[in-house]
Write a protein that binds this ligand. Structure first.
Ligand SMILES: Cc1cc2nc3c(=O)[nH]c(=O)nc-3n(C[C@H](O)[C@H](O)[C@H](O)COP(=O)(O)OP(=O)(O)OC[C@H]3O[C@@H](n4cnc5c(N)ncnc54)[C@H](O)[C@@H]3O)c2cc1C
Ligand code: FES
Ligand code: FES
Length: 480
């Protein structure tokens, strides 16, 4: 049995007849039909709801937008669920709703509940509503008729004039209930989703259910049900595994728990690897990043996933656990075939370990996709070059979209190490090497020849941008 708060109502749920997704559950069991279904694939945002969760310091509630169409009902355990129906206070609209009315931010209205919920989640932060922050908050919501300007204006204005609302007033009370729920024992939901909270429990479950699938944020796995109409097998969730949700920083390594969603780890990754900022912000949309785990992205082994190239270029390692022992697998050995990895039956990913960069290493990450937000890469390229006294001493790389697995190009290091970075030959040779290195496929995202061309061009861009970095770092300071 799982337990959660639906607005202020405490709900205990043993079974769920309405399918796997929170959206179906809300619409069918509670008649909360403000939560719409557009794509059922995490793309349009019509189903956006907000989940309130106890913050890591235990003294507040963080409200995060998620796509309810691909959120498992089991993942509601211990959270507060808010839909568009919960925001108004009697006849008085919530300030975010009123702002949309005042700015004429809705026409047919189909996208509006989802947009309201994304606005609400930004309203409940202390983030300055810059254009970038507003775009980020709305990155998972498509509107086909109003046009975004009034929606952006409404979001900016209401978040510039935040006032406490009924959710702030009830925060301590809500917090107390969620803490009480958190300590309750829960092991399985609807006989279909197991929620272990220890390594031992996870190992026993995996041994007893050899055909079960692990699930993190379900942003990939749920699509098998909503798009391919498959019946999902028994699932074992990593969401309550505290040792898969740790961030540890040592002198030489940044370690990130595999069950942490990307939006939770973005700050630490960007602090230590600032060059990853744009790639992470362009990974899907904010509601997807609020659910999608790093472990899910890596285990998925998709050739077009965005984080595997990062792991390859940073020489990261994957820590696999089987409940008794853990083993460390270098990212370069992890991806063994199309959507295949080194993980064996009974293992799960516990954490990813990123070595710190040396001060002489220059890192850049590029994503080329048709849309800026919420789109899968046609090509993803991550480069890390170490330059000492203008001589290349190491080159690491990772690519997505160019082969059946995420891949590196060792030829770059073989041919260019020991050369001067300033040498034009390095730019031209690197371009040539990369254009010949892989045999990408033609598909809806890009043709094979486009992918090869882009790869070579990204290397050249990396070369030029690194030249600029070097010029800045060697410029003699000017003292007035
Ligand atoms: C609209 C949309 C946009 C997207 N955009 C992007 C994008 O821009 N870039 C990108 O890379 N991806 C994108 N994705 C794909 C997806 O969001 C990511 O791959 C995500 O990181 C998967 O994480 P998850 O926790 O949701 O995985 P889940 O769906 O829960 O699981 C995915 C797979 O990993 C396995 N798994 C999960 N956790 C573990 C673990 N700890 N150990 C071992 N196996 C595990 C599961 O068994 C399953 O096979 C997008 C998806 C959607 C729906
Ligand atoms: S219905 Fe489109 S994102 Fe959920
Ligand atoms: S108001 Fe019609 S889709 Fe946005």
């Amino acid at each position: 049995m799982i337990e959660f708060l639906l607005n202020n109502e405490r709900v205990s749920l043993e079974e769920c007849d309405s399918g796997i997704s929170v959206q179906q559950y809300l619409r069918q069991q509670h008649r909360l039909t403000g939560t719409k279904e557009g794509c059922a694939a995490g793309d349009c945002g019509a189903c956006t709801i907000v989940l309130g969760e106890i913050t890591t310091n235990d003294n507040a509630i963080a409200y995060r937008s998620v796509n309810s169409c691909i959120t498992l009902v089991a993942n509601l355990h211990g959270k507060q669920v808010l839909t568009v129906e919960h925001l108004a206070k009697g006849n008085q609209l919530h300030p975010v709703q009123q702002a949309l009315v005042d700015h004429h931010g809705s026409q047919c209205g189909f996208c509006t509940p989802g947009i309201v919920m994304s606005m609400f989640s930004l309203y409940h932060t202390d983030i300055q509503p810059s254009r970038e922050a507003v775009n980020k908050a709305l990155s998972g919501n498509l509107c086909r008729c109003t046009g975004y300007r009034p929606i952006i204006d409404a979001t900016t204005e209401v978040c510039e004039n935040r006032q406490p609302d009924q959710f702030n007033a009830a925060e301590q009370q809500t917090l107390a209930i969620l803490k009480e729920i958190r300590h309750k024992h829960v092991d399985v939901f609807a006989n279909r989703v197991h929620l272990p909270d220890s390594r031992q429990a996870m190992a026993i479950l995996l041994a007893a259910n050899p055909s079960a699938r692990l699930v993190g944020g379900s942003t990939d796995l749920a699509l098998e049900a909503t798009q391919q109409l498959k019946t999902l097998p028994v699932l074992i969730s990593t969401q309550r595994m505290q040792d898969c949700r740790q961030i540890t920083i040592s002198d030489d390594t940044i370690s990130v728990g595999a069950a942490l969603p990307l939006s939770y780890i973005e700050a630490v990754l960007v602090e230590h690897f600032p060059a990853l900022h744009e790639l992470i912000e362009r990974f899907a949309s904010l509601p997807i990043r609020n659910q999608a785990t790093l472990g899910g992205n890596v285990a998925n082994a998709s050739p077009i996933g965005d984080m595997p190239p990062v792991l390859l270029a940073l020489n990261a390692c994957i820590e696999a656990d089987n409940g008794t022992t853990t083993r460390i697998i270098p990212a370069s050995e992890f991806f063994t075939g199309y959507r295949q990895t080194q993980l064996i039956q009974g293992e799960w990913i516990k954490a990813i370990h990123f070595p710190r960069l040396s001060p002489n290493t220059h890192l850049r990450a590029y994503k080329v996709s048709k849309r800026h937000e919420d789109d899968i890469s046609a090509v993803c390229a991550v480069f890390a070059v170490t330059i000492e006294n203008d001589v290349i001493t190491a080159i690491a790389s990772g690519f997505g979209g160019v082969a059946a697995t995420p891949v590196s190009c060792n030829e770059l290091a073989i041919q260019l190490m020991g050369k001067s970075w300033q040498d034009e030959h390095v730019r031209k040779r690197g371009q040539h090497i990369l254009m010949a290195a892989f045999n990408p496929i033609d598909d809806v995202r890009a043709s094979a020849s486009y992918r090869k061309q882009v790869l070579g061009n990204l290397w050249q861009r990396f070369w030029f941008e690194t030249q600029s970095d070097l010029l800045v770092s060697t410029r003699v300071p000017h003292y007035a």
